[in-house]
Design a protein around this ligand. Structure first.
Ligand SMILES: [Fe+2]
Length: 467
């Protein structure tokens, strides 16, 4: 066990289950309520912001990444957590204070030339490497067993600039499909896309220009197409330099969605337009004849201010809801349709990843029941696209639920036949739990609940790696 300390400020994004933890654990067998399925063997890796030196003026999105690894083997569970030792983390640890404000901004006295990446958003295995991802920087490689930080990966110098935290792994080709935004820095509208083969080598890297510089947190990939949502949460260097919001909501710009063939060029991108909306996360996308369908968690407005710094909405932040976008590549119109599928607010949509890019019959997300605190989730929801029904499990009011990750029962199991894993913190609990559900029977409650040695702060994304 490795304990590090730091001053503890008070503020909405540094309190409750957003508060960071300062102990790095390495446990032996953990206590389990119920029984873990014996066939569930592997590790759930999960990433999330956990600032080494929390401050009240830093956005939660820019906290230092901490990896939580939950290893399940033959009915037993162990846990390990480690900060990602980025250049920023090492510099701040040595200085004993926060040096960066985030979004490219430093604090007075910060030495020049320190990379500000936080590697805090997602973690996945590809090409034999465990990669911690954050969209402003290249992937950071970690040792899968020890979680020790190994350094940035630039794929032999073939990939430059920011790299999304939401790449897609194509089940057919094994490629890691990715994009980047703000290439060249300064909130530029230049973007990239590319692919890394299953051997870890770059197959494709191409740049293109978006209609305007936007925060592009996720994209979609079908078997033959890539889909880039350019939504009006804009970045501006001029605003950042004049004390205004670096990122701001400009709904008058509308939504612009770029679609290109995977075997084509961004020069031939088709652009579709629609009313302003914001989407952090895509559930899945697929093709149906000349149509492209994309299921997203859609917000009326993101939790960012207007360009003049005034609030973009009154009252609590809006909730995202499951929404289907439909594009017709042969339709002769540059408009796309948006249809909400569910009325439960939620985020962190996932599918059975073997269906990534193809039509899926099942999806899961973290939901917000009527008693959920603003910005947090207390429910795990399953949406059945064959019956258009939702099945869910609500934890006690005030609980905090993380992204539900699906694990198939076996490599050749039917879609949805398996388990869903999520990290849960019961209200005010000192310890978080790892809850394991039958993926299609959420309302039966957890099959097993692993008591963790500490609280796991509200975090972002992760993935299962089979043993
Ligand atoms: Fe995300």
């Amino acid at each position: 066990m490795n304990t590090l300390t730091a001053p503890a400020p008070s503020g909405a994004r540094t309190a409750g289950n957003y508060a960071p933890v300062f102990v790095e654990h390495e446990t032996t067998r953990l206590a389990i309520k119920g029984a873990l399925p014996r066939a569930l063997n592997g590790t759930l890796f999960r990433n999330g912001p956990n600032p080494r030196f929390p401050t009240e003026d830093s956005h939660w999105f820019v906290g230092d990444g901490m990896i939580h690894a939950f290893t399940l083997e033959d009915g037993a569970a162990t846990y390990r957590n480690r900060w990602v030792r980025t250049p920023k983390w090492l510099a701040e640890d040595a200085a004993g204070r926060s040096l960066f404000r985030g979004f490219g901004q430093t604090r007075p006295g910060t030495p020049a030339g320190i990379d500000g990446g936080v590697a805090n958003t997602n973690v996945l295995l590809h090409g034999g490497r465990l990669l911690a991802l954050e969209e402003g920087h290249l992937p950071m490689a970690l040792a899968p067993d020890s979680l020790a930080t190994e350094g940035y990966v630039d794929f032999d110098g073939t990939v430059a600039g920011p790299f999304t935290a939401h790449p897609k792994i194509c089940p057919q080709t094994g490629e890691l499909l990715f994009y980047g935004y703000h290439l060249g820095g300064g909130f530029s509208p230049v973007m990239s896309h590319g692919s890394i083969g299953p051997d870890g080598r770059t197959r494709r890297f191409e740049r293109f220009e978006a209609p305007f510089p936007s925060m592009v947190h996720d994209f979609a990939a079908t078997r033959n197409h890539l889909v880039f949502p350019i939504l009006p949460l804009t970045g501006s260097l001029v605003r950042a330099r004049t004390g205004r919001p670096p990122y701001a909501w400009e709904p008058e710009l509308g939504s612009h969605i770029g679609i290109m063939r995977r075997d084509g060029s961004a020069a031939d991108m088709a652009w579709f337009r629609g009313p302003a909306c914001y989407v952090f996360h895509v559930m899945n996308a697929w093709e149906d004849g000349s149509r492209i369908l994309v299921d997203v968690m859609q917000l009326d407005a993101p939790p960012f201010p207007l360009a003049d710094g005034s609030p973009a909405f009154k009252g609590p932040p809006p909730r995202a809801r499951l929404c289907r976008w439909t594009f017709d590549l042969a339709g002769g119109s540059d408009r796309f349709h948006q249809t909400f599928l569910d009325d439960l607010g939620g985020e962190f949509p996932r599918i059975d990843d073997r269906l990534s890019g193809s039509a899926n019959g099942h999806g899961w997300f973290a939901g917000a029941g009527p008693a959920a605190a603003p910005g947090s989730f207390d429910t795990i929801a399953h949406f059945d696209f064959t019956t258009w029904r939702r099945n869910s499990h609500a934890f006690a009011p005030g609980s905090s639920v993380s992204e539900p990750v699906f694990v198939p029962r076996a490599a050749d199991a039917a879609e949805g036949d398996g388990w869903v894993l999520a990290v849960v913190r019961q209200p005010e609990a000192e310890h978080s739990e790892l809850a394991v559900f039958d993926a299609l029977q959420l309302d039966d409650g957890p099959l097993a609940t692993v008591t963790l040695p500490a609280r796991v702060p509200a975090g972002l994304h992760g993935n299962w790696v089979p043993a």
